[in-house]
Design a protein around this ligand. Sequence first.
Ligand SMILES: CC[C@H](C(=O)O)C(=O)SCCNC(=O)CCNC(=O)[C@H](O)C(C)(C)COP(=O)(O)OP(=O)(O)OC[C@H]1O[C@@H](n2cnc3c(N)ncnc32)[C@H](O)[C@@H]1OP(=O)(O)O
Ligand SMILES: [Co+2]
Length: 145
Amino acid sequence: MSVTHLDHVAIATPDLDIGSTPYLALGLHPEGPDEDVNGQGVRVRAFMVGETLIELLMPTRPDSPIAAYLEKRGPGLHHTAYRVADLDAEMTRLRAEGARFLSDAPAPGRAGTRVAFLHPKWGAGTLIELVEHLRGQAGFDGTGV
Ligand SMILES: CC[C@H](C(=O)O)C(=O)SCCNC(=O)CCNC(=O)[C@H](O)C(C)(C)COP(=O)(O)OP(=O)(O)OC[C@H]1O[C@@H](n2cnc3c(N)ncnc32)[C@H](O)[C@@H]1OP(=O)(O)O
Ligand SMILES: [Co+2]
């Protein structure tokens, strides 16, 4: 069992209100209040499109990976994220196939998820994230996984 959904597309922005402008103009609405994920030094605002989220990320600390990204590349597409049913099993499977994760263990993501990132070199130039919605936690389609 591997990827089940395109969970989200993440966009780095220095300001959530400025970053929200095109998505509001497209008729999308934020999925709930902004959320600070302190482990990543980011504030997140998410917009649902079908079963996939647009995840706007603004740095809340100078040492945030998003602050570094904005410094080097400016605002724009940051990563793509794929939902998996069992993140630990996927990490084991992919490591056995030579994948390079950016951390040894999953980290807390937004909305009670567990996340793990693969190095952009492994992702052929794209930063790829794997996301597990804990059993009983509402997935983006509102049902548990
Ligand atoms: C709120 C949680 C939320 C969720 O989904 O729940 C999140 O998604 S939080 C998102 C923020 N957290 C992270 O991004 C954690 C993982 N990221 C990292 O560990 C770093 O950002 C890293 C290692 C990807 C890049 O670190 P750094 O910028 O310090 O390294 P370099 O500049 O040396 O980059 C190395 C190499 O990778 C290329 N690069 C960097 N960032 C990206 C990117 N977003 N997409 C594609 N490529 C990227 C960079 O250009 C360098 O390539 P090179 O060819 O050597 O120039
Ligand atoms: Co993400």
